[in-house]
Ligand binder design. Sequence first.
Ligand code: TMP
Length: 203
Amino acid sequence: MRGIFITFEGIDGCGKSTVSKQVASILQERGKEVYHTLEPSENWLGQAVRRSYTEEISPYTELFIFMADRATHTERIKKELSAGKTVISDRYCDSSTAYQGALLHEPLAEQGIDSVEWIMKMNKTIIREPDITLLLDISPEISLKRVEGRGELSKFEKQDYLEKVRANYLRIAKAESRIKIIDADQPVDKVLAEVMKAIEEIL
Ligand code: TMP
């Protein structure tokens, strides 16, 4: 029996790490074997991605290291799914489409290329398509209020950038029926209830 692949997406501070771990616990209590993972991953490529956050790098390098990490991470995900586990990933392919799609919008538009379409196509060649993706949607104002409380902001955590990332997420959601948009401005128990309802529909 093959397992189900669930991914969580959203801009920084949307609550996906908390909610994805809660979903993992609920499914485990119901007797499912769950592999909870995240991107950037925990292998050496994921560590290289984290190291790059503070480096001056080309936007293309930024895209390709996230992709390199994903290609290796996907092998592990496939293995866990073949063993019948439910795999939950906190971020996956849509993060690159949304974040690096925003970063590369202008340089690629100058070459007549739509960055979102281009990254989506590239993703398709390396990923295992998620069975369901929960997009935890919040406004960048709320996102930044939440992440500011955690200390220093990363290069990704700027309001105008997050507006573009959010718009990309909403655009991908229109194109991909696996993506369910959840209003994450609500209290976390309501978010969790909506997420569980969407997952139960596909189980
Ligand atoms: P995190 O806050 O969920 O740990 O994610 C780390 C940051 O990396 C977050 O700001 C989003 C960013 N990111 C991308 O820009 N592209 C990607 O493909 C992934 C997986 C994450």
